[in-house]
Ligand binder design. Structure first.
Ligand SMILES: [Zn+2]
Length: 220
């Protein structure tokens, strides 16, 4: 019995250790210096990253996770918003998000801790067209219902093969942005151009949305 347990534990522990290493790497590269003049305006958003695993291995490469976070912070830094990754942790299963039940199940794994919960998974499929991304590589959702534990919180999911712009696109939704039709815009749901960005107007909305998020999730 003990050996069986250990066998189950071994790869998991190793994965946790590797993800901790990744977190250290993220923290190092994310020490983005805030522009001094604007330091008091900086909005820092705490983030927890969950990485889906299959047979003890993460379904998304660490390089891609890191690239997505760096990209998001590069784009958001223009508006003095910073994602502070507090935790990167493996989750058993949860590799696909294809039904509302899948989303619900993931949301329930995410403790109410004031962080935006990001799930890196194998596959994402939309069930409603409301927030339809034509190229579905990511998703953002929240609940408006009555279940206290999960409502009015932000959840973001990114597929294993998503472009590095997907994470920041989904944060755009989380902070209130709708789609844009320009392919040089990060909120385009089309195949985005080579160097898409947010507009100044979107930047102002992002800041308002990020502030709203922090207010809603303030520890009581
Ligand atoms: Zn979208």
């Amino acid at each position: 019995m003990a050996t069986q347990q250990r066998r189950k534990h071994g790869p998991h522990q190793a994965l946790v250790a590797r993800l901790l290493g990744l977190l250290a790497l993220v923290l190092m590269t994310l020490a983005v210096p805030s522009r001094a003049s604007a330091r008091d305006r900086a909005i820092r958003v705490p983030v927890t990253i969950h990485v889906a695993t299959h047979e003890g291995r993460s379904v998304v490469s660490e390089r891609r996770i890191l690239a997505s976070i760096r990209r998001a912070n590069r784009e958001l830094a223009a508006f003095d918003i910073y994602l502070d990754v507090e935790k990167i942790q493996p989750m058993v299963g949860g590799t696909r998000i294809e039904t509302p039940d899948h989303r619900f199940e993931l949301a329930r794994r995410a403790p109410r801790d004031g962080t935006v919960h990001v799930f890196f998974v194998d596959r994402v499929r939309l069930t409603s067209k409301r927030k339809g991304d034509r190229r579905v590589s990511g998703m953002h959702w929240r609940y408006h219902g009555l279940i206290k534990d999960i409502r009015a919180r932000e959840y973001v999911a990114v597929a294993h093969n998503a472009p590095t712009t997907t994470l920041v696109h989904e944060f755009g939704h989380a902070f209130g942005l709708a789609h844009d039709t320009n392919d040089d815009n990060l909120m385009c749901s089309c195949r985005r151009g080579l160097d898409p960005a947010f507009t100044e107007r979107q930047g102002r909305r992002l800041r308002a949305g990020a502030r709203r998020y922090k207010k809603r999730n303030r520890k009581r």
